[in-house]
Write a new protein. Structure first.
Length: 394
């Protein structure tokens, strides 16, 4: 197993807060490949992250979650492909999802609605910053992990002094730039760019961290932006140094469920899982044997070791380039297995009961033990499969 080499400490860290930016709920079969029995719906909160470098007095937001006016502001309807009904069978769902990622934004909306999905946002990121007396003028940049609507929010609410930072290839792709209505094929609205500096990252002179090309954003070793294309052409992630020897990796949509990257040889399924993801008569159980979940892992049918093989594989329909997406995910695994790094993907619902949310901070995640508390909490999604195993049903 290769040793993960993390950047040297240069006397500067950042503070990180996680902001709840709305949620979507979709059929699990649209997101993960071959859902485990009983895992029918996927609850997907949309996280935004406030990152502050106090030494240089800079604040940035990594992703913005949903915008409140998403129904009104998405591009107008296209007559073609309206109200598609999800067909039975995995391949049909997969093809439908691929279309969702490549068509104009309202086609996505129509398919979300026809799939009986939920999109819910009461207070957007700008509202929450205002309520916490954080002036929007103090936000130096918004960094989009990629251009999908559950990450882009509404940059037009922020002043022109706030830069918008995007991944490589953003300006060269007609699905991302210029925005709608200037460009009728765009997945983003052009009011995101009005009056502000649009910065497209250039990784040609980047360093390498754990196999990822990386840009030292503040030029002091406190925040790195990582090239992690695959889910989309412009997808990026972030590595934030929260102490001399600890980091948070913000994975964006490298994965959509922790079961796509756990367990592995870097982070094997424990013999005893504590805290237990199981409940008995609504009362939490302190520990449970890992063998319960090992027995229901799809890895068994693939002839793999369930202790070190993720429960799920990436869904081709969720990624523009499945090969690149798999490479990016593979690079993330050593970070996830390191005691020095906490990985947080953009839609990990299992962390809702583990992490404190803005205006509180997650900077001291290592001291508070958040990684240990949250690493296996996603297994509660598979309790239905355990019940089926127990009563002999399939």
């Amino acid at each position: 197993m290769a040793l993960l080499e993390l950047p040297d400490y240069r006397d500067t860290t950042v503070d990180v807060s996680i902001i709840y930016g709305g949620r979507t709920t979709v059929p699990a079969s649209y997101v993960v490949k071959t859902p485990i029995a009983g895992h029918v719906l996927l609850d997907m909160p949309c996280y935004s992250f406030l990152i502050e470098n106090k030494r240089i007095n800079k604040k940035v937001l990594f992703d913005l979650g949903l915008r409140k006016d998403w129904k009104e502001k998405l591009p107008p309807p296209s007559k073609q492909h309206l109200y598609l009904k999800p067909a039975s069978g995995y391949s049909s769902m997969q093809n439908m999802m691929r279309h969702m990622l490549t068509a104009i934004e309202l086609r996505v909306l129509n398919q979300i609605e026809s799939a009986k999905a939920i999109m819910d946002i009461e207070q957007d990121v700008a509202d929450q910053l205002h309520n916490a007396s954080v002036p929007l003028e103090s936000i130096n940049a918004i960094i989009w992990s990629h251009h999908h609507i559950d990450h882009t929010g509404d940059p037009s609410l922020f002043p022109s002094s706030t830069d918008l930072v995007v991944g490589p290839g953003f300006k060269r792709d007609t699905t991302t730039f210029p925005g709608y209505p200037t460009n009728t094929d765009a997945l983003v609205t052009d009011d995101a760019f009005f009056g502000r500096r649009l910065v497209e990252l250039d990784f040609s002179d980047a360093v390498t961290i754990g196999g990822f090309l990386a840009i030292d954003f503040f030029q002091d070793g406190s925040l790195y932006l990582l090239k992690s294309s695959g889910h989309t052409h412009d997808h990026i992630s972030a590595l934030a140094r929260t102490s001399e020897n600890h980091f948070i990796l913000l994975g964006g949509d490298i994965a959509h469920h922790p079961g796509e990257y756990r367990p592995t040889e870097h982070l094997p399924l424990p013999i005893e899982i504590s805290p237990s993801p199981l409940k008995e008569d609504t009362i939490s159980i302190s520990t449970c044997p890992g063998s319960i979940f090992e027995a229901i892992s799809p890895a068994n049918s693939r002839g793999s070791d369930a202790k070190v093989t993720p429960f799920y594989e990436l869904n081709a329909g969720m990624n523009e380039d499945l090969g690149d997406a798999e490479v990016a995910l593979e690079k993330m695994l050593p970070f996830d297995g390191s005691a020095k790094v906490m990985v947080i993907i953009a839609h990990d619902a299992s962390l809702l009961d583990v992490l404190p949310f803005f205006p509180n901070s997650i900077t001291e995640w290592d001291i508070q033990g958040y990684k240990a508390k949250g690493a296996w909490s996603f297994l509660k999604d598979f309790v239905g499969a355990i019940d089926r195993s127990a009563d002999g049903s399939t």
